[in-house]
Every structure is written in structure tokens, then in C-alpha cells.
Design a protein around this ligand. Sequence first.
Ligand code: GDP
Ligand code: MG
Length: 492
Amino acid sequence: MTLRSCILLNCSSGLQLTMASVCTMTAPICLVENQKNLLMVNPEALKILGNISQPVVVVAIAGPYRTGKSYLMNRLAGQSRGFPLGSTVRSETKGIWMWCIPHPSKAKHTLVLLDTEGLGDVEKGDSKNDLWIFTLAILLSSVFVYNSMGTINRQALEQLHYVTELTKLIRTRSSPSFGEVDDSAEFVSFFPDFVWTVRDFTLELQLDGRPITSDQYLENALKLIPGLENLVVTYVDTINSGGVPCLENSVTTLAERENAAAVQKAADHYREQMAQRVSFPTDTLQELLHVHEACERVAIAIFMEHSFKDDKREFQTKLLGIIEKNKEDFLLQNEEASVKYCQDELQRLSEPLMESISGGTFSVPGGHKLYLEALNKVKQDYELVPRKGVKGNEVLQIFLRSQAAVEASILQADKTLTDGEKALAAERAKNQAAEKEKELLRQKLKEQHQIMEAKERTFQENMAQLKEQSERELKQGTTLDAATKANALVSL
Ligand SMILES: Nc1nc2c(ncn2[C@@H]2O[C@H](COP(=O)(O)OP(=O)(O)O)[C@@H](O)[C@H]2O)c(=O)[nH]1
Ligand SMILES: [Mg+2]
């Protein structure tokens, strides 16, 4: 199907966002328009749907024209006006009209009313597109109302039988193995509740002289539909040849697009928050890891909130991979910032020492002692520098290593010391250096351990959020928000 977006100039919408997520439209607008055999989606309507963050209840109505659909939908909205009634029908756009209002009885829910227009209207006759609209209305809704008048007639039954065939098809496609027709939770979650309303019902509810319930009447009516086989076969063939949206495809397409977007959103959030909350260099590695974990936790939650049917955890794994890569970049950035800061500080603090060395201050009897004092002063001052970061010790160590040769030559040139004392001092310097190296190694091991622990916590966090999500899904059933569904279906 080829679908293009269009801006409808003839529909006026009044959208108010009374609270962050509460959507109240003063009038319905067109959602999908059937224009010259092309179904067009109104971007304005999609925008409105996209802005709804509350859970939505989508009630769609379809059925022959002039049976009171719009009237009934207006009543559901608690209004006497809204969807245009009666004589105005002909001038109105053929397609699906949408009206979003706060749910009248379910707090913090939005009620999305979808009214179909022009179905079965001979003057606008285009049965193929009628079916498209019919199908879209079913797939988009959580409650589907089929409205007819007087009695259950042949046209109504034909249309409705199409619904039941579509149901079978959806069931077949979503079953894990062909032939299993057990009610899967998946199927239930994609197929709306069905209500048939008959205006001015004129028949008696009787079968072979016995009173029957309205449900039994409907079931019986659906059983025998002469000559419908061909129609059904035609429909199903069309569906199978890709002419009508197959729910499995649309859900897969939807899931992939939604999940890719969820990964992007979550990864962007992680990066933004890290950049915002971390000032490089951090004092310790742990400090950075804590911020990372907090940002990652929120990123995973964002992903969970926006992802949809990521059954194989493919996209979640991708997200974790991206975060891990980003974390490594942040760790590196942190190290580089620390190195740079420490080198600058050390250079500043060791300037007097360097000047003394090149000025020959320590090339005198007793020079070695003076040198050690000056070097200690540098070390002490450096010690007091705040927030040196993860590379603080290493930068000092590299500096001390570079000074070892200078110290050795000052020691050898010092005439106040005996050979024995010089040997002892050299030995002491060597031991001190070795001790520092060991300390550095210990720090590195500790940091590696901290990184491993953080990874373990990430794993645990991920598992906990997954568990929470599946429990939530189990409770509520997987629901699609209307905008997402609409997007998925029209993108095919
Ligand atoms: N008597 C009666 N008239 C109704 C009822 N529902 C709708 N109407 C009228 O029937 C006409 C067609 O209704 P409308 O809702 O526009 O039908 P739609 O084409 O199915 O949307 C309008 O003039 C309505 O006022 C009803 O339950 N009883
Ligand atoms: Mg109407």
C-alpha cells in the first residue's frame, strides 16, 4: 500500500493540553482520509496521538452509513455535537475521524474515539478502501463497535464475517506453530473487544420458537452466510498476497522501528546525563561509576518504557553494548582529564625544583639532602592538590621515575657522604620507587575490580527491570498506544 501524509486544511482541531499529558480536543479531526483511492494520514492527528502519554482506550465504530454511528460516538463523549450527524455526512471526508478526550470514568486515561465515515456509501462507492478503513479501525482499537440498524442484514453479516476471517488470519499468523489455535495472550492483546450495536432492533430474539440471548442470536446469524465463501477466499487471498496489512508484518515492522527509536532515546539520555552530571576528572573511579550506574538505570527504564515486543532482547542487548562503549569513552575521557590536570599542577609545583637543579643549587656538599627536601616539598604540595582524579598517583610516579637519574647523579656528586652512605641512600631510593610501583599496581587492580562490580550491578539491575516489566505486562497485557499503532499500520 502506498500512503502519503497530507495536511488537511478543511478540518479544524482544537487541541488543548490541560496538563502535561491530558489531551482534550474540542472537536474531532480526520486521522485517515480516503482520497482518490489513497489512504492518507493526517500528520496533525498523529502529532496529537504522539503527545498523549496517558494509557489510551480506543473505541472505534464502523458499519453502514446513517445508522447512528456518529450520534453514538458523540454520546460516548458525553456531547450532543462533535462528529457531524446526518445530512452533513455527504460533505464530510471519507475515512477515520478521531476525537481524544479525558476518559469519563477511568481516571488518568484518555478516550480516543474513532468514527468511520462513508463506509458502504454507494455514492462514494469504493469497497476496497472501505475494507481498508474497516480493517484499520479494527486494528487500531481496543473496543470495536459494529453498528447497524433494524436487523442483522446481509451486508452487515458480510462485513462482519470478514472481521471473523481476519481474526482467524491474525490468530494463525501470531501462533508460534501453524495449526495451534489456542488463545495466545498475544492474540488477545492485538484484537479488540467486539461490540455489535443494533439501532431500532425490530426482530424477536427467538430461534425455532425458543427465546435466545442476543449473543446466541449473533452466533447463529454468523453461522450461515450463503455465498460468502468466495468473498472470504478473495479477502484472504488478497491479505496473503500482501494487499492488506498482515498484522504479523506490521507488528514486526512496528517493533523494529519502535525498539530502534527506544535504543536511540535511551542511549541519548545516558550520554546527555553523563555529560551533564560528571565534571571531569572525577575524584575517584567509584565516583564516575556511581553516576554511570544511575544514568544507566534511567536509560534502561526509558528503553523498557518505549520498547515493544523485544522478545529476543536483541535491542536491549544493543543498548547495553552502546552504553558500555560510551562508558569506556567516558572512563578514557576521565583519565585524560586527570592526566592533563595532574601534569599541569605538577609542572607548576616542581618549577622551583627544576630551576634549582639547572642552576646547580644541589651540586654542593650536602646537596643530596637539600635535593630530597626540595623533592619532598613538591610531593607534599602535590598531595594537597584537590581532585586530582584517577591518574593522580600515576602522574606523580612517572615524574619521580624521570627524576631518579637526577637524584643518582646529585648523590654521587655529594662530597659530604661516604661511599657506604651513598650506597645506602641509593638503596633506599630504589626501595621507595619499588614500593610506589606496587601501590600503583594495587590501585589498578582495585579499579578493575570496581569496574567488574559495576558491570555485575548493571546485569542485576537489568534483570530486575526485565522482571518488573514482564510482571507489568502480564498484569496489563501488552498494549500499544494508538499513535504507534497508527504509524505502524500506515507505514506498510
Ligand atoms: N431515531 C433515532 N435517530 C437516530 C439515532 N441515532 C442517530 N439518529 C439520527 O440518524 C441520523 C444519522 O445518524 P449519524 O450518527 O449521522 O449516522 P452515521 O452515518 O452512522 O454516522 C442523524 O440524523 C441522527 O440524529 C437513534 O438511536 N434513533
Ligand atoms: Mg457519521
